[in-house]
Design a protein around this ligand. Structure first.
Ligand code: PLP
Length: 470
């Protein structure tokens, strides 16, 4: 492909994207293909000679598109959102065109310096104090891994990387059951081991760790010869929005000198609205905080904002400087690859800049406030409809419910059949979770293109389909 063809195809794909988004509402949200359909439609062997782009693009439309679940659909109410707004797509297209590697300051000073400025814009936007600095990680999972590595190394006096874990006292990390599985993975990958992730019982409607139980668990571990390393707190857990009392967690952490990482991957975006900040009161006392602009802020995947009160601890845990990475004479600048596990880094700050400038904080706040308002309205409408029960109350724009007509013994099975039937229907997309040993259906509103009508449709469609089940 030459550059003239590239320009022509770039324009054509932009036009295709416009039509795609304009007609998205008419498509089923979840892909309707069966396992293996796409794999079997792809040739077994790669082509020996090059094909023209028309043929490739025709096959993209014919083979790939039917197998896509439409995450940008206005009635996508499953998981959490992964909004890709037009300015963010344009910024990512530019990044793809320039394709810089942004591991050191000198490998693209603009990327590094914009990252520093954008992280600070985000810090101010969510109300963290000035003593937090940060880095853009590819995902919240990577941020949590980096945080657990830091708590490990700090507790071991920075010898774990060199000596490994054998011979060291067994480390312990504390969290509730409400945290995301990325925490378990971080515990595995850092060699701490699943058995040493201590699950602290939760209490109260916000499903946060019971601070007394946390204190008791740490004291018991110390008495038994374990070495507590840190606490992972949740603000807006994935299943039902479970959130810890960060102030109370930090009181316990301070008593034992432990590192605190707060996973606010989804809910952190809502902290741009000051009225929601009660949810993570005390966050300024944490050591590490992550949230994903790639979920609810319109900055498309991948883009995780990771804030640290003392980045030196993180850098001490992760920096390696072989000769070829030394930036002779330019020390004193930030080399962000020393703040994350991968060396190579995309220019992610550009899409934050494009989104914040085109929507403004006010535009993003309006969007999030609407989602929260509409989710609450929908929750009340479910509550008022016979045969439905609200299982967990709205946390921002997330709540869970189940269909519970009188006389049905196996409600788990009924609700699983219901969510499957809803997703086969395709007008909306929902997912299930398990809480208090009940299978429940999750609803979250977070699509930038959703209207109030789209949100309220979730009840109409659910009830229509529920009535067909027997
Ligand atoms: N933490 C929470 C609370 C999440 O809901 C998720 C994903 O939905 C993650 C972490 C992992 O996010 P990522 O895909 O950015 O690693």
């Amino acid at each position: 492909m030459n550059w003239a063809d590239f320009a022509q195809w770039g324009a054509r794909i932009a036009e295709w994207g416009k039509t795609y988004h304009e007609t998205l509402r008419d498509r089923p949200v979840r892909a309707k293909t069966a396992p293996g359909d796409i794999f079997n439609a792809l040739p077994v062997k790669p082509p020996q000679s090059g094909e023209n782009m028309d043929a490739v693009f025709a096959d993209f439309e014919k083979t790939v598109m039917p197998g896509i679940t439409h995450w940008q659909h206005p009635r996508f109410f499953a998981y959490f959102p992964a909004n890709a707004t037009p300015p963010s797509m344009l910024a990512d297209f530019l990044t793809t065109v320039i394709a810089p590697q942004c591991m050191l300051w000198q490998t693209s000073p603009a990327a590094t310096e914009m990252e520093t400025r954008m992280i600070d814009w985000l810090r101010q936007s969510i109300g963290l104090p000035t003593d937090f600095m940060g880095v853009i990680q590819d995902s919240a999972s990577s941020a949590t891994l980096a945080a657990v590595l830091t708590m490990r190394e700090k507790t071991l006096g920075w010898v774990g990387n060199a000596e490994g874990l054998p011979g060291q006292a067994t480390l312990r990390v504390y969290s509730s059951i409400e945290v995301h599985t990325s925490v378990d993975r971080a515990i595995w990958v850092t060699g701490i081991g699943q058995d040493n992730l201590v699950r602290v019982p939760t209490s109260g409607p916000s499903r946060g760790m019971d601070p007394e139980a946390l204190d008791t668990a740490i004291a018991a571990d110390l008495a038994a010869g374990y070495r507590p390393a840190g606490i992972i707190a949740s603000t807006g857990g994935t299943g039902t929005g479970g959130s810890d009392n960060i102030d109370a967690v930090c009181d316990v952490a301070e008593k034992y000198g432990l590192f605190v990482h707060v996973d606010a991957a989804w809910a952190g975006a809502a902290m741009i609205c000051p009225e929601f900040r009660d949810m993570w009161q005390g966050v300024e006392r944490a050591d590490s905080v992550v949230f994903n602009p790639h979920k609810w802020l319109g900055v498309q995947f991948d883009c995780s904002a990771h804030f640290l009160r003392n980045p030196d601890d993180l850098v001490k845990s992760l920096a390696i400087q072989p000769e070829f990475l030394k930036t002779h004479g330019k020390d004193g600048v930030i080399n962000y690859s020393e703040w994350s596990v991968p060396l190579g880094r995309r220019f992610r700050a550009l899409k934050i800049w494009f989104v914040l400038r085109t929507y403004g904080l006010g535009g993003l706040q309006d969007m999030i406030r609407n989602h929260v308002l509409w989710a609450k309205e929908l929750c009340e409408a479910f509550r008022a409809t016979p045969d439905y029960e609200i299982v967990t109350e709205p946390v921002l724009s997330l709540f869970t419910f189940r269909y519970a007509p009188a006389g049905v013994v196996d409600l788990d099975n009924l609700n699983l059949r219901l969510v499957n039937a809803i997703n086969d229907d395709g007008r909306i997309y929902l997912t299930q979770t398990r809480t208090d040993d009940k299978l429940v259906i999750r609803f979250q509103a977070g699509q930038f293109s959703a209207t109030r009508d789209d949100v309220m449709t979730a009840l109409t469609v659910t009830d229509e389909i529920a009535k067909t089940l027997n």
